[in-house]
Design a protein around this ligand. Sequence first.
Ligand code: MIC
Ligand code: SF4
Length: 756
Amino acid sequence: MAFDIEMIKKVYAAYPERIAAARATVNKPLTLAEKILYTHLWKGSASEAYTRGESYVDFAPDRVAMQDATAQMALLQFMQAGKDKVAVPSTTHADHLIQARLGASKDLQEGINKNNEVFNFLSSVCDKYGIGFWKPGAGIIHQVVLENYAFPGGLMIGTDSHTVNAGGLGMVAIGVGGADAVDVMADMAWELKFPKLIGVKLTGKLSGWTAPKDVILKLAGILTVKGGTGCIVEYFGEGAVSLSATGKGTICNMGAEIGATTSTFGYDDSMRRYLNATDRADVVVLADKVAEHLTGDTEVYANPEKYFDQVIEINLSELTPHINGPFTPDLATPVAEMKEKAAANGWPIEVEWALIGSCTNSSYEDLTRAASIVEDAVNKGIQPKSILGINPGSEQVRFTAERDGLIDTFNKFESTKIFTNACGPCIGQWARPGAEKQEKNTIVHSFNRNFAKRADGNPNTHAFVTSPEMVAAIAISGRLDFNPITDTLTNDKGEQVMLAEPTGSELPSNGFAVEDNGYQAPAADGSAIEVVVNPDSKRLQLLSPFAPWDGENILGAKLLIKAEGKCTTDHISMAGPWLQYRGHLDNISNNCLIGAVNAFGGAINSVKSQLDGSVDEVPKVARTYKAAGVLSVVVGDHNYGEGSSREHAAMEPRHLGVCAVIVKSFARIHETNLKKQGMLGLTFSAEADYNLVQEADTFNFTDLAAFAPGKQLSLDLVHADGSTDSIKLNHTYNTQQIEWFKAGSALNLIKTQNAL
Ligand code: MIC
Ligand code: SF4
């Protein structure tokens, strides 16, 4: 039986009436994304049609998911909201903090020992406030959500950018910062700008070496890392129906890499099969009753150009395997072209590690397909040249894979490492031997992100993203440019042999099994539970409210850093070794912007203080400004804050006295995170004004008192020679968000509202 079935019943019971209301107001055939959004309005049934890409709308998500690295900050904020219990079903998943080093059993125990304080904190907060807790080793948040909580037509938010994975089961699932999760858990509306819609029509059928992953690798190449910003991607067509639910999950998962708000698929048989296999026949019965509402209207899919803002068609029968990277997930190369491209770019060909796992690709089907390649290689007498590392997505997948002999198959390669059911190398939780030497090298993996330093901390590691079956093939050949469709390998008899095409099972023929899934239900009455945070802790710190705006123009602010080029949340607040401080704002602030490239001179983590001309690390200079009572400003390039949902990337600069972040463009989640924390997140009205900003500038905001929706703000950049450039800044703040700025943060506002 499914968790929270009563909630699901209520959602479906409201569907017919709410869809009817939406039809009456929108007055045209509806996409699936619109159906889900219009049935989840905070105010109930629709009474007005919203403008995509413009209207801010209040929604009522059905559930919330959090992972250990972001839950700490989310829950520290929730604890301040003055509530006894969460308002909607919510869960926390311990998956990001366990390091991959020696292999599953040792690493898990080590992870528990090392993070005990944080796990205990999370477990007791969850217990107290009615939140389900998935213990370390239970699995990766998005795989666990897909297996247990996702349901067609639902709306959920999660404090992780890959929450979008649940689109594989036909949800609209959106990654957010912790402060957004607090809104929903505290029984308030959750606001989102009504997204634009991209329709992706999938025709044909996958075969051979091509996998669901290739759909999104290809799409990332077409749309780039920002092409999906502000959009929901809706997949449809016969090709969509032919994919498994977990394959759909993979595609939706990596929608985060094109900046999409989320991605989704209509309810179909693959979802029924998956729900049934994961013990949720009850959800199937309910969903079937409203099945017509859980997919886009026929007219929409017949004439997509009329109903979507953009339409892309991909023919699965013609799609070939891809490898994306290095350093960015949108640099797409068909496997057949890799030889030429790698040579031309000087990418190291030899591959030392090949990793399968992450929330993107760690399903049972993924493991069976990869295992079939390993089995074939073993049968043909081929030894692997790279080390194969595997992180199963959940304990249920791992247990079943072990029962069905898949783990044994992987272990037929002596060097294989089976790591914990956790994020591991995907988030830099990987003690890779020799990484500290910082040698130029290549790894391939089935994860979603491949930003510099992400997996092993080495800036010279060229990480490439591909499907699990291609990862297995590359592990065997040891070469980045290996094309299993055309290339041979030498076996132990000296013969030239080819790898057979992968085969797999969508679902285990004997059903899923698990002994201990790692779930801890919260106390029915948590009022007596005390959450203790040691004031001397290095890892947890209770939050103090940020100061409200004093009502005056901000004058005399200094430039902290003008960041040039790619500045992702990994550049702003690195993960890996810093994950340990995710619950301690002051300590984690020591990683603030240490990965960003200084536009003046190109150095990393080195900026000039305008107080005394000294050059120092970014957080140190920020702290000297703060100590001197001088506010500071961060300037950035395009798609600033791309990547993670971590609100630390907004809270750290806020904590260090940065008042405004001014960029050419923002990634969606980061922009909201800045607003929530009471910062000014602004964009240059003329992109070229970025070039006017000089290192020693003083920033004067001259009309903050007139801060209003849709009205530009004015900024004087006073240069060192006394000259001034007056420029205009755009913003997307609505009235409510301006109130957050005034109150010092959204949380400050909630607290005053709750006190009334
Ligand atoms: C990631 O994949 O970057 C993460 C780690 O899962 C993040 C969340 C985090 O920074 O904790 C995400 O994607 O939101
Ligand atoms: Fe974990 Fe990686 Fe997925 Fe983020 S992308 S949730 S770090 S497995």
